[in-house]
Design a protein around this ligand. Structure first.
Ligand code: NAI
Length: 332
């Protein structure tokens, strides 16, 4: 039998945590043959609730789950972890300034960066889910200098999956037949969902471009983009809580593809440290199309960008540059 992989989930007593930990324990994250040990972190006010989640994990009698650590101690939570899924954070509350929320999260991610750096297993892979996801990941990267930047990412896979979902409904084809949409930039309403390189596999086996099949540029350049950008708000309106099962599922997709690889000819979207590809400023955590192999992602190169796309890539980069400046101003 394989050695268990230790997976940290922070904010594990929250909504996404509650949806995510059973997926991990069932093998959705790393496959049906990989045993796992779950490390769950939350803050003291949520300790009792966290313990309740642990009780339910015991009661679920998952064959792959070889142990559970439930704690409010960051060092204990991070010790020996191979994968860290950072869902815990400070939510924006009514009447709070953006700067106040940023400031709270910057201090959380700074502290947790140090704990991961000190206590996590070598080569630990980190996925930041908590908002502002890109900038939290950037702070984590800055304050964990010994963790390779290649190991730090943020979640835009939910947006990617939402884009697939919209195209699937529009064309009445199954999502699994659609590939190579792209989410560029920030996990925020400035993100750019791009279908210019996306294709659909027809029943005949032939691949056709999404743009050709939809044959409605006004919809693709307008409503499609805004629906994906605003989907999080639409879920809150409908459910009164923010997306949780879809976020948890996307987090599993993100890690699974990163660790096990993307299929030949298929890319996914991940928020990763920009090296300046596509003239995106280096030093931002920005969502790019990536392929993964042997546990490493690489940005897909050489895709053409029309003027419409260029503007959208720049706009979301500008927002991230501002967020970065705001985060830094919170540090000083
Ligand atoms: P939630 O409020 O239900 O859960 C958050 C949990 O984090 C709570 O249990 C809280 O006690 C805990 N927490 C707070 N500070 C912590 C700290 N310093 N260390 C450890 N845990 C801490 O929120 P929910 O719905 O689970 O969402 C979590 C985060 O994910 C939010 O920031 C949300 O905006 C973000 N999100 C991101 C998405 C993405 O696609 N990137 C999609 C959906 C949500």
């Amino acid at each position: 039998a394989q050695n268990p992989v230790r997976v940290l989930v922070t904010g594990a007593a929250g909504q996404i945590g509650y949806a995510l930990v059973p997926m991990i324990a069932r093998g959705v994250l790393l496959g049906p043959n990989q045993p796992v040990i779950l490390h769950m972190l939350d803050i003291p006010p949520a300790a009792e609730s966290l313990n309740g989640v642990k009780m339910e994990l015991v009661d679920a009698a998952f064959p792959l789950l070889k142990g559970v650590v439930a704690t409010t101690d960051v060092a204990e939570a991070c010790t020996g972890v191979n994968i860290a899924i950072m869902v815990g954070g400070f939510p924006r509350k009514e009447g709070m300034e953006r700067k106040d929320v940023m400031s709270k999260n910057v201090s959380i991610y700074k502290a947790q960066a140090s704990a991961l750096e000190k206590h996590a297993a070598a080569n630990c892979k980190v996925l930041v889910v908590a908002n502002p996801a890109n900038t939290n990941a950037l702070i984590l990267k800055e304050f964990a200098p010994s963790i390779p930047e290649k190991n730090i990412s943020c979640l835009t896979r939910l947006d990617h999956n939402r884009a697939l979902g919209q195209i699937s409904e529009r064309l009445n084809v199954h999502v699994s037949e659609i590939k190579n949409v792209i989410i560029w930039g920030n996990h925020s309403s400035t993100q750019y969902p791009d279908v210019n390189h996306a294709t659909v596999k027809l029943p005949s086996g032939e691949e056709k471009s999404v743009r050709e099949l939809v044959a409605d540029d006004a919809w693709l350049n307008g409503e499609f983009i805004s629906t994906v950008q605003q989907r999080g708000a639409a879920i809150i309106k409908a459910r009164k809580f923010s997306s949780a099962l879809s976020a948890a599922s996307a987090a599993c997709d993100h890690i699974r593809d990163w660790v096990l690889g993307t299929p030949e000819g298929t890319w996914v979207s991940m928020g990763v440290y920009s090296d300046g590809s596509y003239n995106v400023p280096a030093g931002l955590i920005y969502s790019f199309p990536v392929t993964c192999q042997n546990g490493e992602w690489s940005i897909v190169q050489g895709l053409s960008l029309d003027e419409f796309s260029r503007k959208k890539l720049d706009l979301t980069a500008e927002e991230l540059t501002e967020e970065k400046a705001l985060a830094y101003s919170c540090l000083s």
